[in-house]
Design a protein around this ligand. Structure first.
Ligand code: HEC
Length: 159
């Protein structure tokens, strides 16, 4: 009884082994097939490889994009109507969200106590800096008049 059981087990494991072996063989030969087709010798020439890995940008005809390194905002001689543009370009990054507890654009509640200090104080704090408020919003290319125009615009938006 016991020997019968163990011989059954023996035969069973041989069959299992054969099946597994067959499977591995099939898988291996499939992989070799794929490899043969995927990496054909012609596709490995220097030109072919270069063609495949060349940067996408080179596909486009035309000049390389000019990267703007100049100050964010060009200094301007005139101030008329520039306030909004300057605020958008140089001040909004902080003031639109109230970042670092800056007075938020358009918020009367944030601006009321500032406006109380008088417009000249606001001008000079914006031009020279005030706590976390960088001088000229961190944009030295702006003229004093630019900054004043920006402050005027901010104040007018907060009323
Ligand atoms: C890096 C973020 C940042 C940028 C950019 C920035 N500000 Fe400010 N600003 C602040 C912070 C923070 C305060 C609040 C400072 C405080 O009350 O301690 C402030 C406060 C102010 C005040 C109120 C000052 C006062 O006396 O209460 C004015 C006016 C002002 N900013 C104008 C500007 C203008 C104009 C620009 C763009 C030219 C600008 N800010 C750009 C962060 C910024």
């Amino acid at each position: 009884m016991n020997t019968q059981k163990s011989s059954k087990f023996f035969v069973g494991s041989i069959i299992t082994f054969l099946i597994l072996f067959g499977l591995v063989k099939i898988i291996l030969s499939t992989m070799q097939d794929i490899e043969k087709h995927a990496i054909s010798p012609e596709s490995m020439t220097a030109e072919a490889v270069e063609e495949r890995i060349k940067p996408v940008a080179q596909e486009y005809v035309g000049e390389a994009p000019v990267v703007e390194t100049a100050p964010v905002v060009e200094a301007s001689a005139s101030t008329g109507g520039n306030g909004e543009k300057i605020v958008t370009q140089a001040c909004a990054m902080c003031h639109s969200t109230g970042m670092m507890s800056s007075p938020k654009l358009g918020s009367a509640a944030d601006w009321a106590p500032r406006i109380e200090k008088g417009i000249d104080t606001l001008y000079s704090n914006a031009i020279n800096g005030f706590n976390m408020m960088p001088a000229k919003g961190g944009n030295p290319a702006l003229s004093d008049d630019d900054v004043k125009a920006a402050v005027d615009h901010m104040v007018s938006q907060a009323k």
